[in-house]
Design a protein around this ligand. Sequence first.
Ligand code: KMH
Ligand code: ZN
Length: 317
Amino acid sequence: MQSAGESRTARKVIITCAVTGSIHTPTMSPHLPITPEEIADAAVGAAEAGAAIIHLHARDPDSGYPSAAPEHFDAFLKPIKARCDAVLNISTGGSSAMPLDVRLAPAIAARPEMCSLNMGSMNFGTFPLAEKYSDWKHNWEPELLHATRDVIFKNSFADIERILDEIGEAGGARFEFECYDIGHLETLAFYHRRGRIAGPIFLQFVLGVLGGAGATVENLVHLKGCADRLLGDAYSFSVLGAGARQLPIATAGAILGGHVRVGLEDSLVMPAGGLARSNAEQVTAIRGIIEALGMEAATPAEARDMLALKGVGEVAF
Ligand code: KMH
Ligand code: ZN
């Protein structure tokens, strides 16, 4: 047993902050970053609050519509890189409505250190969000949400292999492997067994998306048990809970030995109620919990080391 005064090394927890995403729409929160300046400020604020990784999507600056146009990414990638040393992780998920070529264009152009990789096709229902609002800022918002009743978020085996080849092998990026259910873990393990995915694997458990596993501690414990059996010590994991259970589920992830993801992409609110006023507010909250549990937020340099990233000198922005 550790005695009083005995020194110990705190476990380092990587905080990822996903600052805007493609699920939430401008009507839902005035704090959702839309323009390149807002996205850059949100990213830098999150990094200053303790996020080591910033997960990035872009938006059309005029309408707020989710965008994967390389020029919309260009408008904030360099400015963020100039202002902080966080790892910049470019989404390859884009939005479920985008074809794969469109989704991959910004990551192919920017050659980032890290990208998301969604490990299976699925329903990705955001249409229940539309029931909460009536006075929309833009007509596209309810249309996009309702369209998810009949859209498959397509991530076929061929799509996954293309991302592994073009963005991993050729571009030098490593991945945030987004797994929403048990089948996605089986697919990840399949490619690991085949030698297509080298360790260290960074697995993101995505809980709470309609169409995937719900945001419960029971689901997280079960999924982690499956991942342990399938991947052994080849992986570390992070946890995101979509919606109001973001912080409790991230806390459970930290307690179970994992890393955490927060940000307005995944939840617009704070656990005590009310809108989060910034991404940094959510980072500060989870960082406080991590520190209260005797752990520490990993720095970007520590995250780069843990995840074997190629380094910021190797990106194309
Ligand atoms: N918005 C998350 C639930 C991606 O960017 O590749 C899923 C996500 C997908 O982060
Ligand atoms: Zn994302």
